[in-house]
Design a protein around this ligand. Structure first.
Ligand SMILES: *Cc1c(COP(=O)(O)O)cnc(C)c1O
Length: 392
């Protein structure tokens, strides 16, 4: 069986977790390993301030609190995204305004954003799908023109770049995920990237249950208390220690994923050249992290058939998001502005193939072989089907 995902394990993680246990000083959050991870990310990607969180979902929730999102505010995002992108703002009472995506990158169509802006709009949330960057220059220009905030959902974009700038560091705030399905993981985890100094102090308070505890531990205040709203968004040191083992190996993991991604691309190119399927598009200004390898097939039916075929060959290929605007909660909390030209049709055609750290060359080539087999047999199948029906 080739599963869709295997969480990355490098081997060093256990050393750091052991170190934590042997030190026996601080197991709760904001200890040595939390600080090491934050410092490493700040250094690698040139970030003003990184706060580790319990998940990307929680980093998004912190962003919504930090930006004072309240009842009636509007937040613009693509409909083709994970529920947390929307939920974080709905929890503060915001209305979600969905706009269409680009059919090439599956990212928010930056040319459709402006028409969705009203005097209630507060935030634009670009989602860097598959670790491929949105058109950030245009998005930042629009945000500046209308005085809006930009929160990058860079859950899939850790170690991806847009014109040399790391994803998550371009908007006012950025959100990373260290969930087991992402490139670098600790089971469940995330980070809030703060790109403007004015947000730092309050973000620390929000992460510490609304208390000024961080300031207290630094000796800046002589007692700590409840000063704002907040929650428990600080991960345990166990998660941070494990994560540190992964972040120290960012290049190793990235190179490995990228070579599998490139192998898929080159091996499937003949099918794309013959217009049998489509391959992913990486935008011109993006250095990507090989988070995902997807193909696009003819339609929903063909996708279901191909998934079934691969399943019989013990290959775990999976589809992805059902557009949020067509979901039960999406209808209640959001509206789609403009015409859904790409979101629904493109999402129905997209199929993700297994891609994880240390998937072997043989496994990738085997998956490619089965996709090719499906298309040659399918053609013969059509033939048989046609002969059969004409006999009837
Ligand atoms: C994975 C993901 C999230 C949520 O991340 P968690 O760390 O699991 O909360 C949010 N947005 C996008 C686009 C994601 O892919």
């Amino acid at each position: 069986m080739i599963p869709f995902n295997k969480p990355a394990v490098i081997g060093d993680e256990v050393d750091y977790v052991n170190e934590l246990i042997n030190n026996r000083e601080k197991f709760s959050g904001d200890g040595l390993f939390t600080k090491k991870c934050s410092a490493l990310i700040e250094d690698l990607y040139d970030v003003k301030k990184v706060l580790l969180t319990t998940s990307c979902t929680h980093a998004l929730e912190m962003a919504a609190i930090l930006l004072d999102i309240k009842e009636g505010d509007e937040v613009i995002m693509p409909s083709y995204t994970f529920v947390s992108t929307a939920n974080a703002f709905v929890l503060r009472g915001a209305k979600i305004v969905f706009v269409d995506i680009r059919s090439d990158t599956m990212n928010i169509d930056e040319t459709k954003i402006e028409q969705a802006i009203t005097n209630k709009t507060k935030v634009i949330v670009p989602v860097h799908y598959a670790g491929v960057s949105c058109e950030m220059d245009t998005i930042m220009e629009i945000a500046e023109k209308y005085s809006l905030f930009v929160v990058e959902d860079a859950a899939q974009g850790v170690n991806s770049f847009y014109k040399e700038q790391a994803l998550g560091t371009i908007g006012h705030l950025g959100c990373y995920s260290f969930h087991e399905t992402k490139n670098y993981n600790c089971g469940e985890g995330g980070a809030l990237l703060i790109n403007e100094a004015r947000f730092i102090e309050r973000a620390e308070i929000i992460r510490e249950k609304g208390t000024n505890r961080s300031k207290f531990f630094r000796g800046h205040v002589d007692k700590y208390g409840w000063v704002d709203i907040g929650s428990s968004y600080l991960p345990s040191e166990f998660n941070a220690a494990f994560l540190y083992g992964q972040l120290r190996n960012v290049t190793l993991i990235n190179d490995d994923r990228l070579s599998s991604w490139n192998l898929y691309y080159e091996s499937l190119k003949p099918l794309a050249d013959n217009k049998v399927l489509e391959l992913p598009t990486v935008s011109e200004f993006c250095g990507h992290n090989a988070h995902m390898f997807y193909i696009k097939v003819k339609n929903l039916e063909e996708r279901s058939n191909l998934i079934e075929h691969l399943k019989t060959k013990e290959i775990g290929a999976v589809f992805h998001y059902i557009p949020l605007h067509s979901s039960e909660a999406g209808k209640k909390y959001g509206t789609f502005i403009g015409t859904d030209l790409a979101t629904t049709v493109e999402s129905e055609r997209l199929l993700r193939l297994p891609l994880y750290y240390d998937i072997t060359k043989e496994e990738v080539l085997n998956i490619v072989k089965e996709i090719k087999a499906y298309y040659s047999v399918e053609n013969r199948g059509d033939q048989i089907e046609r002969n059969y029906s004409s006999r009837r």
